[in-house]
Design a protein. Structure first.
Length: 224
């Protein structure tokens, strides 16, 4: 005949404490996992047009600095200092926009959408310039279309509306049209950059769409 074994008060208390400890530990693990899943995630250039525009602007400025360091002149040190300040400002904008801070277009090249057919220069020349450019300066007629398929972003530099370019010398006048809203601006090239047309803050504001730092569908024309 088997005997039923009973536990003493001390052993019952020890088992109860152990069970509570295990249950509490499990709850802690579950809570930690839940909190981790709710943590905000940063977006990359491939996830957001805003992030892509900022990454492109950062890449353009980094490329410019690399070029100045590879072939310096008397003004290179000042130009580099200016662009480093611009890069710092872009980093703040990336953080505020929930983008990956420090990501540049050189790190991430998301697939570009197919570019729609753009009208030939002679087709543009006969149009009503004021009607084509609401919100733009309307000061220059259409000219020679250049840099087909190029996207346009901003340098982050202040000052009067201007542009920098890796193809056109200072003094060249470029007309940049945002085909998504038909706004345009005509600006003078005042410096060198890593892209065909890199607009400063004032020029970019004249053609941008709210909240965007990149113009995917741009018409760039040389008008002088």
């Amino acid at each position: 005949m088997s005997r039923r074994r009973t536990l003493g008060p001390k052993k019952k208390l020890a088992l109860l404490v152990s069970a509570v400890t295990v249950a509490g530990g499990g709850a802690f693990v579950m809570a930690s996992t839940s909190n981790a899943s709710q943590a905000p995630t940063t977006k990359s250039a491939a996830d957001s047009t805003v992030c892509q525009g900022l990454a492109t602007a950062l890449g353009n400025n980094q490329k410019f600095i690399e070029g100045q360091r590879a072939d310096p002149d008397a003004q290179s040190e000042a130009r580099i200092a200016n662009r480093e300040a611009v890069i710092a400002e872009i980093g703040l904008k990336q953080k505020a926009s929930g983008c990956t801070v420090g990501e540049s277009a050189q790190d991430s090249q998301p697939a570009q959408p197919a570019q729609p057919a753009q009208p030939a220069p002679d087709e543009q020349a006969g149009g009503d310039d004021a009607a084509q450019n609401p919100g733009g300066d309307g000061a220059a007629a259409s000219g020679e279309q250049v840099c087909n398929g190029s996207t346009v972003t901003l340098s982050g530099e202040d000052g009067a509306p201007a542009a920098s370019s890796n193809q056109f010398p200072a003094g060249t006048r470029l007309k940049v049209t945002n085909l998504d809203n038909n706004k345009s601006t005509t600006v003078e090239v005042t410096g060198v950059s890593g892209s065909c047309a890199l607009l400063n803050n004032a020029a970019f504001e004249q053609v941008r769409e709210p909240g965007k730092f990149l113009i995917r569908r741009a018409l760039i024309e040389k008008v002088g």
